[in-house]
Design a protein around this ligand. Structure first.
Ligand code: PA5
Length: 410
């Protein structure tokens, strides 16, 4: 594994060993397929090089056709793609991937519409259920614009849909109109779908090496990869929860990882926050948030533990010239960042805050693929350890029902 996990600053000590067997039993359950929605567990093995190549070819065709690829989706139907594109996007991509359908802001949509005016666009509608309010209302807006610009047939040729291969509003409409449809397997839930066409299609259109991503995921797609102490992070999370910590703060020192923090929040929040249980997942971006939340972390309510996710190499490091203030002059920004990482960890450990440290060597497609699969597995195991179903989200339905009631009254 490229990723290195260090638990020495958690204070959990030998206690972690006492639940290792339980964690491995949970992992076994994921692999036997006895649980619903565990299709993602083997998917990287099944989504082999040939399937990846097919998707990459489709993405290359899309890039030929458009300046902007507008992805419409919310929750698990966009966060993973946005996270990966932010982390890995090449400079000056031929096609820019834009996201909408994840908020209800008219201003946001108007700005996007203004941006794409006069450019060639393709649209990508991603929804497992095929009925989600954010996604489908934005789809209506962009579809009208495309129909006016391209007419019916060309709009269909420029519309790509990712949904389940069974009847739902989106699937039926896209089938009738002849749009290209990519399958999302029925046994893979939204927040575990980044390594399927849900995430991979937009990522590939952005010009990122999706075979590299899948190679990284395949590298740890086995029970053996999580043997021994490799599930100790999941065990540690449960230990923290049971010993008074109610919040896990994911902390990054790289602004390009901000959306990865959002993806983690969704993955853990929706998987674990049920039955009155679960660690509240939060994320912070350093050094920015050291100047806002640093005080709270150091001396505020000790209800949290920290998970630092740091990238060892800054491949675009930059020198601070001699004219700068001493002692910064002559150093690099990357060197200062490393000092910030070490300094924050040291100060927080001295303050008694339990800290998990994760080190990614470099932000490469392989490393990111590994990271995604690593967290999906740890999250599912962690939820099973706390006795909740990692793959449902019954609480999400409550607000949707209320909201639909108000929409129907309009
Ligand atoms: O993880 C999940 O299941 C959710 O976050 C969904 O991804 C989100 O609600 C969007 O649903 P859908 O893909 O059906 O539009």
């Amino acid at each position: 594994m490229d990723l290195r996990v260090e638990l020495k600053n958690t204070g959990i000590g030998e206690a972690v060993a006492s639940r290792r067997n339980e964690a491995h039993e949970a992992l076994d359950k994921l692999w036997t397929g006895e649980l619903d929605f565990t299709g993602w567990v083997r998917d990287p093995l099944e989504f082999d090089e040939a399937k990846v190549a097919e998707l990459a070819a489709a993405a290359a065709e899309i890039r030929e056709k458009c300046d902007y690829f507008i992805v419409l989706g919310v929750g698990g139907s966009f966060m993973g793609a946005k996270a990966v594109i932010d982390m890995l996007k090449p400079e000056n991509p031929s096609t820019e991937v834009l996201f909408a359908g994840y908020n209800f802001s008219g201003r946001y949509l108007r700005e996007l519409i203004k941006k794409i005016a006069g450019h060639d666009v393709c649209i990508c509608v991603i929804s497992k259920s095929g009925t989600t309010t954010e996604t489908l209302s934005a789809y209506g807006i962009f579809k009208k614009i495309m129909l006016e610009k391209y007419g019916k047939e060309e709009t269909a040729r420029r519309t790509y849909v990712v949904t389940e291969n069974r009847s739902n509003f989106l699937f039926d409409e896209a089938t009738e109109e002849g749009c290209t449809i990519f399958d999302l397997a029925v046994d893979i839930g939204g927040r575990y779908s980044v390594l399927t066409p849900v995430g991979l299609l937009p990522i590939a259109v952005a010009g990122i090496d999706i075979e590299g991503i899948m190679k990284g995921a395949r590298g740890i797609c086995s029970k053996e990869a999580f043997a021994g102490d490799a599930l100790d992070y999941a065990v540690t999370r449960q230990y923290m929860y049971e010993h008074g910590k109610k919040i896990e703060v994911f902390e990054f020192f790289d602004p390009y990882c901000a959306y990865f923090g959002e993806w983690l929040k969704q993955l853990f929040g929706e998987s674990e926050g049920k039955d009155g249980k679960g660690l509240f997942p939060a994320s912070l971006m350093f050094s920015r948030d050291l100047h806002s939340m640093g005080q709270f972390l150091q001396q505020g309510t000790p209800a949290f533990f920290e998970t630092f996710i740091t990238i060892k190499k800054d491949s675009a490091d930059i020198d601070i010239p001699d004219i700068a203030m001493k002692p910064f002059a002559g150093k690099t920004i990357g060197q200062i960042n490393k000092c910030a990482e070490k300094g924050v960890l040291a100060a927080h450990v001295k303050a008694g805050i339990p800290a998990v440290s994760m080190y990614v060597q470099d932000l490469t497609p392989e490393a990111v693929g590994e990271l995604l699969y690593f967290f999906e597995t740890q999250c599912a195991v962690s939820a099973l350890l706390s006795g909740v179903d990692p793959f449902n989200q019954p609480g999400v339905e409550a607000y949707k029902k209320e909201m639909r009631g108000y929409i129907n009254e309009l």
